[in-house]
Design a protein around this ligand. Structure first.
Ligand SMILES: *Cc1c(COP(=O)(O)O)cnc(C)c1O
Length: 449
């Protein structure tokens, strides 16, 4: 077993300076970024309770040390994900005015890079970066693109689709939910039938539902909606898909995609990131009632985003300069290579993981191969193996997975997130380590493949 010290790899030092704006020539190294005493082995969300553990000295030696970051287990939950050093180092930026020329340039450039990430060249498309988590994207849609009393068709493939429907209800919209079986998704004939029976202002779909690992077919969905109800907006929750599953915003004809910083984009949590089509922005402008949110109002934020992108200072509410610097670095890294290559890599690694899991005799929650996301895998535990047994065993081998989240099956499965640097950085062996740890941990729990 390699010692922690010898496990410190010499990363090809994409010196942080390489990713900095010219405004800022050098950055200090970060201090310790995690501590063992606060290690948590639980699911990605506050929605389930954490199990804490303090590793022994021997266990600490097994935890991977990543470059300049403090030794820590590989965080392989469906977000937050592992971070690249340069992204983290960008957050050590000195304090600057949110309306000063340096930050305005960084924010403006970051907004423009989102157009590339979402693959939109239509000047009418509008990016937003707001302080908040992925959930704020649901508020943005619900408060601005639909009015009280109007109908929304919510395609749900798990916990997050259901929550989007709850958010729509909060703002007075009337969601109708279409669900697939657990581990599946609603089918097009059913969706087309629903659309032909009632006028829907918008359709929402979870691109990858993080509670089940089911991926939806966005391209096919937009085609189906355009055929039956062309005025209906198509809005995707891409929190667990943007930057790992292909999304061609213009080509596919999407009207909105919302996401967050901490999943496949690989930036610390705290930013709600979204893109809306010219058509969605027109829908907003033509509202009869004002948006029922102050912070999440597109009326308040649209001019701010447009000004920043035009490199003009503007203020509605203070953004987080440090997080925006981190996002800027993450996007530069992502966009330094063709996006198609990144999507392909996530697919290859996901295919390998799915095969290894099936070879172990385990079942994947997303039943059909075409419904399985490339961002994560939800894995049913074998009969008799408990989440509370297997997660600490994985943790002691330096791997953190999440527990179940879908209410109906929550105690029966675990979730393995495979996004970002854990997949794309050839200097990491997070995925192989996780597969080995899973095999050994299940054997320790008494499971024989
Ligand atoms: C994580 C997630 C969310 C919620 O994002 P938060 O950052 O936790 O608010 C919403 N939708 C999906 C699909 C997610 O995976």
């Amino acid at each position: 077993m390699a010692s922690v010290r010898s496990a410190v790899r010499a990363l090809p030092r994409k010196t942080a300076a390489g990713y900095q704006s010219s405004y800022y020539p050098s950055i200090p190294r970060p201090r310790s970024l995690s501590s063992f005493s606060s290690l948590s082995l639980s699911s990605s969300s506050h929605r389930s309770s954490p199990l804490s553990f303090s590793p022994s000295h021997a266990q600490k030696r097994q935890l991977a040390t990543m470059s300049t970051q403090a030794a820590h287990p590989a965080l392989l939950i469906p977000g937050p994900i592992e971070f690249d050093d340069a992204v983290l180092q960008s957050m050590s930026h000195f304090s600057e005015s949110h309306v000063g020329p340096g930050f305005v340039a960084t924010f403006g450039e970051t907004l423009s890079m989102l157009r590339q990430l979402f693959q939109t060249t239509d000047p009418a498309s509008q990016p937003f970066i707001l302080s908040g988590s992925g959930t704020l994207g649901w508020d943005l849609v619900s408060a601005n693109l639909i009015e009280p009393g109007e109908d929304a068709l919510v395609l749900s493939t798990g916990y997050f689709g259901d929550s989007f429907a709850d958010c729509l209800t909060t703002y007075g919209a009337k969601p109708t939910k279409l669900e697939g079986p657990i581990g599946g998704r609603p089918q097009f004939p059913e969706i087309e039938k629903a659309l032909s029976e009632k006028k829907y202002k918008l359709v929402t779909v979870t691109h990858v539902d993080t509670s089940t690992g089911v991926v939806s077919d966005l391209k096919g969905l937009v085609q189906a909606v355009k055929k039956v109800s062309p005025e209906t907006l198509v809005i995707a929750d891409g929190v667990c898909s943007v930057a790992c599953e292909e999304i061609a915003f213009d080509d596919w004809g999407l009207d909105g995609v919302i996401t967050a910083s901490q999943k496949a984009i690989g930036c610390p949590a705290g930013l709600s990131i979204s893109m809306f089509s010219g058509r969605a922005m027109e829908t907003f402008k033509n509202r009869k009632s004002p948006p029922a949110s102050y912070f999440a109002s597109m009326k308040n934020w649209t001019p701010i985003m447009q000004n920043y992108e035009a490199k003009k200072p503007s203020y509605f509410a203070t953004p987080s300069p440090q997080l925006v610097h981190a996002l800027n670095t993450a996007l530069k890294q992502i966009l330094a290579r063709p996006l198609s290559e990144r999507f392909q890599k996530h697919k290859e690694v996901s295919d390998k993981i799915k095969k290894a899991i099936t070879d172990l005799g385990l079942k994947i929650v997303a039943t059909k191969p075409e419904d399985q996301s490339h961002a994560m895998t939800a894995i049913y535990l074998p009969e008799g193996v408990q989440i509370a047994d297997v997660l600490p065993k994985l943790g002691s081998k330096g791997v953190i997975f999440a527990g179940g989240l879908h209410k109906a099956i929550a105690t029966k499965y675990i979730r393995f997130g495979h996004m970002g640097v854990s997949v794309t950085d050839p200097n990491r062996n997070d995925v192989d380590k996780a597969l080995d740890a899973l095999k050994t941990s299940l054997a320790e729990c008494g499971y024989k493949a």
